[in-house]
Design a protein around this ligand. Structure first.
Ligand SMILES: *[C@@H]1O[C@H](CO)[C@@H](O)[C@H](O)[C@H]1NC(C)=O
Ligand SMILES: *[C@@H]1O[C@H](CO)[C@@H](O)[C@H](O)[C@H]1NC(C)=O
Ligand SMILES: *[C@@H]1O[C@H](CO)[C@@H](O)[C@H](O)[C@H]1NC(C)=O
Ligand SMILES: *[C@@H]1O[C@H](CO)[C@@H](O)[C@H](O)[C@H]1NC(C)=O
Ligand SMILES: *[C@@H]1O[C@H](CO)[C@@H](O)[C@H](O)[C@H]1NC(C)=O
Ligand SMILES: *[C@@H]1O[C@H](CO)[C@@H](O)[C@H](O)[C@H]1NC(C)=O
Ligand SMILES: *[C@@H]1O[C@H](CO)[C@@H](O)[C@H](O)[C@H]1NC(C)=O
Ligand SMILES: *[C@@H]1O[C@H](CO)[C@@H](O)[C@H](O)[C@H]1NC(C)=O
Ligand SMILES: *[C@@H]1O[C@H](CO)[C@@H](O)[C@H](O)[C@H]1NC(C)=O
Ligand SMILES: *[C@@H]1O[C@H](CO)[C@@H](O)[C@H](O)[C@H]1NC(C)=O
Ligand SMILES: *[C@@H]1O[C@H](CO)[C@@H](O)[C@H](O)[C@H]1NC(C)=O
Length: 582
């Protein structure tokens, strides 16, 4: 009897399941069923098939999904980096809903996670080209191949991320090693949301191509994508997810978007009878070359502006792009006739003769001294043309240091923002460097907030405080991001915020830490200077823009309370309660 029962379960029961499966069409794998290397699942519309395959005449066997027409085209691989050697692979759906891929001797080379099920699980190959595992009772999907993409994005599949308590998923395309090796290659195509949403191709940590931000209807950097009217693009964001996808606009075609092993993306289509045709290539053939079209130009087809910009058109239904223009500041008043050979343009970084700065500061007269900062002595000066300036005579440096400093200073000289103190020029003499800044006539925030205004209240009202904060945050954002460089200030504090006659705040001393970024020197300076305003992680020398954000937070508290952080033994942060009102 026991033998009979055993026979029943071993032979009759499984064939019963197979029969049931055949009746439903063969797009599903039931619980405890196996798929061997000669069997396949076929989606209901027969466009996709799942099964085992070898690439060219290699012995490596993979489980994957392919388009059946116009020719077998693999779009997903389960075990790209763990092939089954020598064949006889099989796929098993366990009663617990785990898909398990095994080699000829039952060794598991790939599997999905275990999830809890109410009813029996089943695996199904959908018409979208996705393999799913679902609960036949509730219909809940516990796993799907489209969350674990290979090098191909099919219509309706997401590129992006989902962050839920039980699901932390990043969907991205990874190129294959080569045509016969589907293991992960060097290029990844993904949604970058560090600032704005845009799609990027990365090689290691290097971005090799970006689409430009999403405008709501297309990617700013590649408006031509989708121009053919074949596919529609969509970027959706929710609190827990952001993803990009595309859909076919023409049911006569099938599509695939492939991350190629050479770092290009191919958008391909087929009408099922004719072979795949690449209708879009990213990056376009002529792009990706630095400065291809020169200044004031867009490198897609090279559009440039010279002279007057005329005949711009405002299109109906917001179809065009916004045009932003940066215009030069009004020209400076003509210099007095006796100005010597300073034929260098004012809005570019000047190189000063040492003698010019020496005479401007009256031979570095102690009477001209404004202060002594972390990086050297600061003097007030007057140039020959009458312009008032601030001259910073930096601590001496090594010769190599000076060469590096020149590069840094050139970069700092390019920074222009209403909330930054403008660097006018520099001077290098032997092993020392001098920086020349615009002179900000009003006082520092330090004096205005806590000032030596004997018993007088600070002259700053709430409106002023608020607009000062706005200005500082705009300046910081520019330093951190908008300038195109991540410049970390490292010492955001009231004495480094200067105010002009209109009470517009200007951040001073930015970039100087980088200039001096030689570990030992930095530590030494930190020891000499007050390290008080440096964020804790900065003192440990783990430096990021977050350090500035922390200091800015403390600065906000100082501006609101009118109290110095340093007047509290444990800092101001320990004495305030922050209530976020949403
Ligand atoms: C695969 O399964 C089918 C159906 O059960 C069977 O006829 C065939 O012999 C199997 N092939 C291998 C290689 O196991
Ligand atoms: C599913 O159908 C396809 C063709 O329609 C066939 O080649 C394949 O062997 C079938 N698979 C199973 C498991 O019966
Ligand atoms: C893949 O190659 C191996 C070794 O040559 C062979 O045994 C196996 O049947 C092949 N698999 C498929 C699905 O063709
Ligand atoms: C594959 O399975 C068949 C049947 O079980 C067996 O005869 C054959 O030797 C196996 N091949 C390999 C390469 O393991
Ligand atoms: C299956 O994989 C294991 C581990 O790599 C290996 O030891 C075994 O020989 C493989 N079996 C076959 C039939 O290739
Ligand atoms: C693909 O890469 C593998 C190593 O990953 C190498 O053995 C094989 O020769 C390469 N094939 C081609 C066609 O380049
Ligand atoms: C994405 O957003 C659009 C517009 O709000 C909406 O129509 C569409 O259904 C959304 N797509 C998904 C997959 O939620
Ligand atoms: C990159 O790869 C694609 C797909 O294989 C190919 O069509 C294209 O010509 C290659 N481009 C370059 C620059 O090699
Ligand atoms: C598919 O496209 C080819 C070439 O463009 C054309 O010759 C053929 O008639 C098309 N087939 C169908 C079914 O539309
Ligand atoms: C700073 O600006 C304020 C507001 O314009 C003005 O009242 C004050 O006198 C100025 N202070 C100095 C030192 O210039
Ligand atoms: C604030 O003051 C405390 C105590 O002096 C100090 O530990 C902390 O680093 C200061 N924080 C900032 C950002 O200045």
């Amino acid at each position: 009897m026991a033998k009979l029962l055993f026979f029943y379960f071993l032979v009759v029961f499984p064939s019963f399941i197979l029969l049931a499966n055949c009746q439903q069409g063969n797009n599903t794998l039931e619980a405890d069923q196996f798929l061997n290397e000669t069997q396949t699942l076929v989606s209901l519309n027969k466009v996709f098939e799942l099964g085992f395959f070898n690439l060219s005449d290699s012995n490596n066997e993979y489980l994957g999904i392919w388009y059946t027409a116009p020719k077998k085209t693999v779009v997903w691989v389960a075990n790209g980096d763990s092939p089954i050697i020598g064949g006889n692979g099989s796929l098993h759906l366990t009663p617990e809903g785990v898909l398990s891929l095994q080699n000829g001797s039952g060794y598991v080379v790939w599997s999905t996670n275990k999830r809890s099920f109410k009813g029996p699980p089943e695996a199904a190959l959908l018409d979208s080209g996705t393999l799913i595992v679902r609960d036949t009772m509730t219909g809940d999907v516990s796993w799907q191949s489209s969350y674990d993409l290979s090098n191909t994005l099919l219509p309706g599949m997401y590129l992006g991320y989902i962050t839920l308590p039980n699901l932390n998923q990043k969907m991205q395309l990874t190129s294959w090693k080569n045509d016969t090796d589907p293991s992960p290659g060097s290029y990844v195509y993904m949604l970058d949301h560090s600032r704005l949403y845009e799609l990027v191709i990365v090689y290691g940590s290097t971005v090799t191509y970006r689409t430009g931000p999403w405008t709501g209807s297309h990617w700013n950097g590649m408006p031509q994508l989708g121009e053919a009217g074949l596919v529609a693009f969509q970027l959706n964001q929710t609190d827990v997810a952001a993803y990009f996808y595309y859909n076919s606009l023409n049911p006569a075609y099938i599509f695939r978007l492939v991350m190629n092993q050479n770092g290009t993306l191919s958008f391909l289509r087929s009408n099922l009878t004719s072979d795949w045709e690449e209708f879009e290539r990213i990056p376009p053939a002529n792009s990706g070359q630095f400065a291809l079209c020169g200044p004031n130009a867009i490198s897609q087809g090279c559009v440039g502006w010279f002279g007057d910009l005329i005949d711009t058109v405002k299109l109906a239904n917001d179809q065009g792009d916004n045009l932003y223009m940066r215009v030069a500041a009004p020209p400076p008043p003509p210099p007095p006739p006796h100005t010597p050979d300073m034929n260098v343009r004012k809005d570019e970084l000047m190189t000063f003769e040492f003698s010019t700065l020496r005479s401007a500061t009256n031979n570095f007269n102690p009477a001209n001294k404004l202060g002594e900062g972390q990086f050297g002595i600061v003097y007030k000066g007057v140039l020959n043309d009458g312009e008032e300036v601030v001259v910073k005579r930096l601590a001496r440096n090594s010769r190599e240091g000076i060469e590096n400093s020149k590069k840094e200073v050139t970069l700092l000289g390019k920074l222009r923002h209403p909330n930054l103190v403008k660097l006018l020029g520099y001077c290098v003499r032997e092993e020392e460097m001098l920086l020349c800044y615009e002179y900000i006539p009003n006082r520092s925030l330090d004096q205005l907030l806590f000032g030596n205004l004997e018993n007088q209240d600070s002259p700053l009202n709430w409106g002023m405080r608020y607009s000062i904060l706005e200005g500082i945050s705009a300046g910081l954002l520019y330093l951190h991001e908008d300038s195109g460089h991540a410049i970390i200030h490292r010492e955001i504090k009231p004495s480094n915020i200067l105010l002009d006659n209109n009470m517009v705040p200007k951040i001073s001393d930015f970039g100087l830490s980088q200039l001096f970024d030689q570990d030992n020197l930095f530590v030494k300076l930190c020891r000499v200077a007050s390290c008080g305003h440096m964020a804790p992680e900065l003192q440990k020398k783990i430096i990021s823009t977050n350090a500035d954000v922390y200091s800015f937070g403390v600065l906000i508290l100082e501006i609101i309370t009118g109290q110095r952080n340093s007047s509290f033994p444990n800092g101001l942060v320990a004495h305030v309660r922050i209530i976020l009102i949403s």
